[in-house]
Ligand binder design. Structure first.
Ligand code: FES
Length: 106
């Protein structure tokens, strides 16, 4: 398992024992992280699973597909430090990673 911390907009933290190979979103939902809604169930169709991360973790993020880029555009999310958590698989090197969540996923 890989320890990953999700931080709500209000500072509330949830530490998750994440399973490698599953997406960040699936791990967050399984651990009842409140700020990850994931309304489409991981189909890259809702954008309610957005996460923010610091640059030090960028090397562990696979390049986003066009569909993910379009969804982030829809939410006016720009820049390097944002992803849809349903599109990012957990890997062992993510141990200790801290992810921040938006004020609202809607
Ligand atoms: S769960 Fe819907 S886009 Fe990620």
């Amino acid at each position: 398992m890989v320890k990953i911390t999700f931080v709500e907009h209000d500072g509330q933290e949830t530490e998750v024992d994440a399973r490698p190979g599953l997406s960040l979103m699936k791990n967050a939902v399984a651990a009842n992280v409140p700020g990850v809604l994931a309304e489409c169930g991981g189909n890259c169709a809702c954008g309610t699973c957005r996460i923010y991360f610091d640059a030090e973790w960028a090397r562990l993020m696979p390049a986003p597909r066009e569909s993910e880029r379009e969804m982030l555009d829809y939410w006016n999310e720009e820049g390097e430090g944002v992803r849809l958590s349903c599109q990012v698989p957990v890997v062992e090197d993510m141990a200790g990673m801290v992810l921040r969540l938006p004020e609202s996923q809607n």
